[in-house]
Design a protein around this ligand. Structure first.
Ligand code: GLU
Length: 282
């Protein structure tokens, strides 16, 4: 099978060496296999993403010597496609509106004592799952802001037992999507979640090998569930190490990780920056 990989950054800031490592991982995997490397801009969250960072990403990657095939997919231009996927999940009876604010959820979780933590935060206690259809309808009709949550128990009941994904160097990994609880798939200010958009686009773009940081490995448990529910193909996965600073902290802009742009302005060559990102031979 042809290898199709992608780098899918969110334009919330300038790229740093951690991003360069992620991009080079995907790009070199495609190169080694004579496959294709795609670039996708994950800018659904309009509260955090900025167009000038998208422009900077394209420029910095080209400077680094990376080339991608075809048009860059920019998620914010495809909202209706994500809406259609959400509508399909709703048709299966797997979504429910959740009117709880973050503060209300935090209060409930605190009152319940020890609420389990999921990869995206404390598990939702399920308050709105029990609302009567008439109450839901009335609150939506009144324009009350709400998120859409996946009814995890109902979703698992529709999925085949023993769901798993293929991780490079590890073999089949058994999925446990329940660690997310009733995951948010859309909210008022971000009308489709990362989880929905990323699985939608990997399927649409025929991505066969998803490479991304180990921090996103838990998300794959939920992504496999969405894939089987929506009839999307299963890619292979290779979660890569995260680059750290001298103190062992994962590189992050807020901790002062130098941007690719700053390295370039300081006179580093693309080959030097590729080496700093762990790809001396790329
Ligand atoms: N857009 C995500 C991020 O910047 C990565 C998505 C992915 O590779 O699955 O963290």
């Amino acid at each position: 099978m042809a290898v199709i990989t992608r780098f899918a950054p969110s334009p919330t800031g300038l790229l740093h060496l951690g991003h360069a490592h992620a991009a080079l991982t995907a790009w070199s995997a495609a190169r080694r296999a004579g496959g294709r490397f795609l670039l996708r801009i994950e800018d659904i969250d309009g509260t955090r993403c900025r167009p000038e960072f998208t422009a900077a990403i394209l420029e910095d990657l080209a400077w680094l010597g990376l080339d991608w095939e075809g048009e860059v997919r920019v998620q914010s231009r495809h909202m209706t496609e994500y809406r259609t996927a959400l509508d399909r999940l709703a048709t299966f009876g797997l979504l429910y509106p959740c009117f709880c604010t973050r503060a209300e959820i935090a209060r409930e979780v605190a009152a319940a004592g020890a609420a389990p933590q999921g990869p995206d935060g404390p598990l939702y206690p399920g308050t709105c799952r029990h609302l009567a259809p008439t109450a839901r309808g009335a609150r939506i009709a009144a324009g009350e802001p709400h998120a859409l949550r996946l009814d995890m128990a109902a979703a698992l009941a529709l999925a085949p037992a023993g769901l798993s994904f293929e991780e490079a160097g590890e073999g089949r990994v058994r999925c446990d999507p329940t660690q997310f609880g009733d995951a948010v798939l859309a909210r008022k200010e971000v009308p489709a979640s990362y989880h929905l958009c990323v699985t939608h686009d990997d399927a649409l773009q025929d991505v066969t090998l998803v490479t991304r940081g180990l921090d996103l490995k838990p998300a794959t448990h939920l992504h496999r569930l969405l894939q089987v529910l929506l009839g999307w193909p299963e890619p292979r996965y290779a979660h890569h190490r995260l680059l750290t600073d001298a103190a062992g902290r994962r590189l992050a802009k807020r901790d002062g990780a130098p941007s690719l742009r700053a390295l370039r302005e300081a006179g580093r060559s693309p080959a030097e920056v590729r080496a700093l990102a762990g790809f001396a031979d790329a």
